[in-house]
Ligand binder design. Structure first.
Ligand code: SAM
Length: 259
């Protein structure tokens, strides 16, 4: 079967990487394992050997039929789009060598899902760098802070294109994401909306990006920054999640005084 470009079919051929990915899942007895994009089944054949129930979501009907024939009842195979397919409603660990064109939306929905206990995802290296970036670095941005609002993240390994067939144009990395409560004082949706507005024009100062956000005037923004003890000249790219949280708390007090 010829790999299909439209579904990001770059199949993993590196046995050492397969073993490390499966080991990183570290599924606990009460957890389902959810594989996203099983493809030819290189990870699946190791995952079916675990005692945990295994569910896989594969968009390609031809591959889905092959996987069903090969693994039978050991695998619950769903021929669906992982961008919007239902996720398990009991605790699970997600794993997958994600198709690059939809890697970010899949990662975002899985780590925001309350039943997810861990996610081990192969991503484009450039996306993995954004996930784990430190404030002030080039890759630091909305994705970094979005992930930090739900999970801790680390890169477990980096792979070069020769580990895949056909080789992709870019390097890849495996990230391990563990859900955690970031202890935000403001609503998470408000903090993330604020982060999104703050990075609208990356090189602009925070005050310029936020003027007009939720109808705030420049003076409103400066006064909220002062209340949140944020330097008035700051750019979003150097701010931590805690800084955004303080600004969001100050904004909430302004938007609903007395509450
Ligand atoms: N896990 C296999 C491996 O490591 O060799 C395949 C990885 S390949 C990079 C990505 C897989 O995801 C392909 O099998 C592709 O058909 C599937 N896929 C692509 N888009 C998808 C989507 N939106 N939902 C579910 N599966 C998808």
């Amino acid at each position: 079967m010829r790999p299909k470009k439209k579904w990001g079919q770059n199949f993993l051929r590196n046995r050492g990487a397969v073993a490390k990915i499966v080991e990183a899942v570290d599924a606990q007895p009460d957890e389902v394992v959810l594989e996203i994009g099983p493809g030819e089944g290189v990870l699946t054949e190791k995952l079916v050997a675990l005692p945990n129930p295994l569910v896989a979501i594969e968009i390609d009907p031809e591959l889905a039929a092959r996987l069903r024939a090969r693994f039978g009842e050991r695998l619950t195979l769903r021929n669906e789009d992982a961008v919007d397919a239902p996720l398990p409603e009991t605790p699970y660990r997600a794993v997958g060598n994600l198709p690059y064109n939809v890697g970010t939306p899949i990662l975002r929905r899985v780590i925001a899902d309350p039943h997810c206990r861990r996610a081990v995802f192969m991503l484009q290296k450039e996306v993995a760098d954004r996930v784990v970036a430190k404030p002030g670095s080039d890759p630091y941005g909305y994705l970094t802070l979005y992930v930090a609002a739900f999970a801790s993240a680390r890169i477990a390994m980096t792979l070069d294109p020769r580990s895949f067939h056909p080789p992709p144009k870019v390097r890849s990395a495996v990230v391990v994401l563990d859900p955690r409560d970031p202890q935000l004082a403001a609503e998470r949706t408000l903090v993330l909306d604020l982060v999104s507005a703050s990075f609208r024009m990356r090189r602009k100062k925070l005050v310029n990006n936020l003027t007009g956000w939720r109808n705030l005037t420049r003076e409103d923004v400066l006064s909220l920054m002062q209340r949140a003890a944020i330097d008035l000249d700051v750019r979003a790219e150097t701010m931590s999640l805690a800084d955004f949280d303080r600004f969001a708390v100050a904004y909430s007090a302004l938007a609903s005084p007395g509450s």
